[in-house]
Design a protein around this ligand. Structure first.
Ligand SMILES: CC(C)(COP(=O)(O)OP(=O)(O)OC[C@H]1O[C@@H](n2cnc3c(N)ncnc32)[C@H](O)[C@@H]1OP(=O)(O)O)[C@@H](O)C(=O)NCCC(=O)NCCS
Length: 182
């Protein structure tokens, strides 16, 4: 029924609409609906496609209908060349809780283990009240690394903390050890 595939430039409209819808739901991604601009989508698609990973879930019967998306990319500085950062995942509200989030994360981890041995670390930040997302990320081997106190304006007079989490690629090939062997 569902298919995971790498995102392509033609997915722009589908991804833009998906982010608009998900941003309307309180408590998920850290962007308001009016902050989902074409520039924001174009920039992360360009970064993920040239310097990272971007996967989408679509229907097998309609490969153009985007139901979920995940992306992350390398920071520009070369000292972070082994890192994929700014990981963001969104699943269309009508299909949340049906396993698509897990499917995307598993596909991402598989791709990194098998094809991206240059990547050691994948990082994300999740708001502290997104309890289900935090326990989900822990269940797929992301570790909590700390706590950014009162970082998020919850728009209800409260400021909640952001939780940095990271996953490590067991198949990472350390370029320094390789060079020594040669
Ligand atoms: C969080 C999110 C990516 C999970 O994807 P999903 O497809 O709904 O989740 P799955 O069905 O694959 O279930 C995976 C786990 O996520 C949790 N989960 C399910 N629905 C969820 C929801 N609406 N919000 C948060 N977590 C959810 C479940 O606890 C589940 O764990 P389990 O299988 O051990 O019970 C998705 O719900 C979403 O896009 N939420 C809104 C945006 C958001 O919160 N993005 C993440 C910001 S860091």
């Amino acid at each position: 029924m569902f298919k995971v595939r790498p995102a392509v430039s033609e997915d722009f409209d589908g991804i833009f609409n998906l982010y608009k819808i998900v941003a309307c739901t309180v408590g998920g991604i850290s962007r308001l609906e009016e902050e989902i601009s074409e520039t924001y989508i174009r920039e992360f698609m360009s970064q993920a496609q040239t310097n990272g990973i971007q996967l989408v879930v679509c229907l097998k019967e309609d490969l153009n209908q985007i139901l979920a998306e995940i992306h992350c990319y390398k920071p520009v500085q070369s000292v972070f060349a082994h890192v994929l950062t700014d990981l963001t995942i969104v699943v269309a509200p009508e299909v949340q809780g049906k396993g698509l989030g897990k499917l995307l994360f598993r596909s991402l981890q598989h791709e990194i283990r098998t094809k991206r041995k240059d990547i050691l670390r994948v990082e994300l930040i999740v708001r502290e009240t997104n309890f289900r997302a935090i326990s989900f990320y822990r269940s797929i081997d992301f570790r909590i690394e700390g706590r950014f106190e009162r970082r998020i304006d919850s728009r209800n007079g409260r400021f909640e903390s952001d939780i940095p989490m990271a996953w490590f690629n067991s198949e990472f090939e350390n370029p320094y050890l390789k060079r020594k062997e040669e």
